[in-house]
Design a protein around this ligand. Structure first.
Ligand SMILES: [Zn+2]
Length: 353
């Protein structure tokens, strides 16, 4: 793994990554979220846009960063923070020197029609009928384009994780989406999608969202290379299955030991089933202040959860792709962003070497 200086200072590689992120926004002609506009860093050598036009600056190959999929298309306006939060998280992960962004191409709908019922996919693409809003939001072209880009990012992220050992997709995972419809703000199941598109790999989902991954569970019955291990506070319709474990844990604020035990059980299953790739749903909705949470995790407990997971995979040499999953606190900047950035920090600390 690549090394980096002891103390972080924004350097040419970070500035270069930020330049490319700005360019991506400009190329796609989508507005940058307000949170980003006044956070543009001043490097003292002219504005980023101009430098991006000049081709940016060469990256420093000796510096470790987390390969991270993100497109400005991800940041659609949604009634919940689900997609609105994605732009600020990507931006600040790059700005803090933790991540370098790769912009994925939107997914080919042919792949979605193999995974989901074709009539559901077509309803969502066209915006027609109740199926188009079955994840829980009024349909908009912006949400459609964001969902297609995010699922493209799942496949690029899986490829990057297999190449580099770790990667991120600044997205949700969409674990409630079933074959014939969406649900729980999830449109197409980006976890099952990876298993479908990497049929020679055993893919294990470690789902640490507040809510059980009922959609992913459904797909384990169709995809023999997919295993789902969900540690949740709310079952969300999960029943458990041959390759789907549902571990529902009571509120942990005063006793993280119960959660730790569930993680150890998941790791035992990793040792038994021996996946080639772990997809980690690092949900922020188990947090004690989340309006949809019941697990009552403190910020420190969530950081501990992430640390344990990343250190396990790093120690085992097991490729891991992580996604943000749920998290519904607002305002995003002060209450949600720090939790998701902590996941990047935990990953960074485990993998920087
Ligand atoms: Zn959730």
């Amino acid at each position: 793994m690549k090394s980096r200086p002891e103390k972080y200072h924004p350097d040419s590689a970070t500035v270069d990554a930020l330049c490319r992120l700005v360019c991506a926004y400009l190329d796609l002609k989508v507005p940058m979220p307000d949170e980003l506009i006044f956070m543009l860093p001043d490097d003292g050598e002219g504005n980023l846009e101009k430098r991006a036009e000049d081709g940016g600056m060469p990256s420093d190959p000796s510096r470790f960063v987390i390969p991270t999929c993100f497109s400005p298309l991800y940041s659609a306006e949604t009634p919940t923070a689900s997609m609105r939060k994605l732009g600020p998280v990507a931006w600040h992960a790059v700005e803090q020197g933790l991540a370098e962004v790769e912009v994925p191409a939107p997914i080919d709908p042919v792949k979605l029609r193999r995974l989901h019922a074709p009539e559901y996919v077509d309803a969502f693409l066209s915006g027609k009928g109740p199926l188009a809003s079955s994840q829980g939001w009024p349909w908009t072209p912006q949400i459609r384009d964001g969902v297609l880009a995010i699922n493209g990012g799942q496949l690029l992220g899986a490829k990057l994780a297999l190449e580099h050992g770790i990667a991120a997709n600044v997205a949700q995972g969409f674990h409630h989406a079933g074959r014939a419809q969406g649900g729980g703000y999830c449109t197409f199941n980006g976890l099952a999608l990876v298993a479908q598109e990497f049929p020679d790999h055993r893919v294990m989902v470690l789902d640490c969202d507040e809510h059980g991954g009922n959609g992913t569970e459904e797909f384990t019955e169709r995809l023999p290379n997919l295993y789902n291990f969900s540690i949740n506070g709310t079952r969300f319709g999960m029943r458990g299955g041959d390759r789907s474990i549902c571990r529902t844990v009571r509120r942990v604020t005063d006793d993280f030991g119960r959660y730790r035990q569930a993680l150890d059980d998941a790791f035992d299953m990793v040792e038994t089933w021996r996946p080639d790739l772990v997809l980690y749903q690092a949900g922020a909705d188990p947090h004690i202040n989340d309006p949809l949470g019941s697990l009552g995790m403190t910020t420190e407990q969530m950081l501990e959860r992430d640390r344990i997971v990343f250190e396990f995979c790093q120690r085992k040499g097991l490729p891991i792709l992580f996604v943000l999953a749920g998290g519904y606190q607002e305002p995003i900047r002060s209450r949600l962003l720090p939790l998701h950035l902590n996941t990047f920090r935990a990953a960074y600390a485990a993998y920087r070497g």
